[in-house]
Design a protein around this ligand. Structure first.
Ligand SMILES: [Mn+2]
Length: 327
């Protein structure tokens, strides 16, 4: 990320919370990085999140690091918008913090905070349950920030004026795909996304094995579909770490495993865990296999007619299999 900033002559980096984890006591790696003369031209503006709410200015020696422990309105240059930074404060909502400062906010201002946006539809945060320093849609409508940029949710999302850039580096297998950060143009407030050249790219897929006569061909086709959807360059393939969760039934577990390995040649599994076949059972009853084949065709037709996503088709098939193949 810093290399991209240097390359594009961007002088300000804002971190919207949770740069560090709870319990860290030594911040010298980050401190040293900011002191590196390559990055001396970048100012690091860091808002504490719920994972690092205790950090303070005194933990750092680099002159270009600024920690915001209190809400503060700042500006970068004379013409740009104001930036209202709200650090994470346990038990408070962003709305009540904005209310206190509303008279000092300029016409154009960008809210940067850390917490949950309550738009009505909520994507669950895999990392922590509960609501953290919420911002409601009425707060945005009432106080009228031009843009809202939030940390906390690791998945990148955009809802109206609210943007979660997401974690710029996948923390584990749950944070899949290319990771990115955003560049905000202070002239027109446009946002551009940049991919982070990270060490790993995680992918996690579910696969349903059906004991049909062409089961291995089906598995190969399904995996080829995943690989296509990841759309990776050669360099990215070597960084990819894959998790496959396979459910269902097969006539031959060894052959199933070989089909999966063959389809994922050149890829590595996450934590070397291999193709997860522990939830796959063996099934060899030819008569019932032919029933499975017919049911599969019908369910797939239903899926196409109703435009069901593949996951839903798989779920129906899985439940049908449970009935057909029950001992
Ligand atoms: Mn957080």
């Amino acid at each position: 990320m810093l290399e991209a900033l240097v390359r594009e002559d961007i002088r300000v980096l804002i971190v919207a919370g949770d740069l560090f984890d709870m319990g860290s006591q030594n911040y010298s790696v980050f401190d040293e990085l900011c002191r590196d003369k390559k990055y001396a031209g970048i100012d690091f503006h860091v808002i504490p999140g719920n994972h690092d709410s205790a950090i303070g200015q005194k933990y750092f020696t680099a002159p270009n690091i600024r920690i915001y422990n209190e809400p503060e309105l700042i500006s970068f240059g004379d013409t740009g918008p104001g930036f209202f930074f709200i650090p994470y404060l346990a038990g408070k909502s962003m709305g009540e913090v904005i209310a206190k400062h509303k008279d000092s906010l300029p016409d154009r201002w960008v809210l940067v905070g850390h917490g949950d946006y309550l738009s009505g539809t909520r994507d669950p945060n895999n990392y922590e349950s509960g609501v953290y320093m919420p911002l409601g849609r009425p707060d945005i409508e009432y106080y009228g920030p031009s843009r809202v940029i939030l940390g906390h949710i690791h998945k990148k999302m955009e809802t109206g004026k609210v943007r979660y850039p997401g974690s710029p580096c996948g923390m584990d297998i749950n944070e899949t795909g290319r990771r990115s950060f955003i560049i905000l143009d202070t002239n027109d407030l446009s946002i551009n996304e940049r991919t982070v050249n990270s060490d790993y790219l995680f992918f996690s897929e579910n696969l349903l094995a059906l004991p049909t006569s062409n089961e291995f061909e089906n598995i190969k086709n399904k995996i080829a579909g995943f690989v296509k959807s990841w759309d990776l360059s050669k360099d990215e393939v070597s960084k990819a770490r894959i998790r496959l969760k396979v459910k269902g039934y097969t006539s031959d577990k060894r052959m199933l495993e070989a089909a999966i390995s063959k389809s994922l040649e050149g890829f590595k599994f996450y934590n070397d865990e291999g193709a997860g076949l522990s939830e796959v059972s063996i099934f060899n009853d030819l008569e019932r296999i032919s029933i499975v084949e017919r049911v599969k065709e019908k369910v797939e037709l239903l899926g196409r007619n109703c435009r069901y996503p593949q996951e839903k088709v798989d779920l129906i098939l899985e439940q049908a299999l449970g009935i057909i193949l029950k001992d």
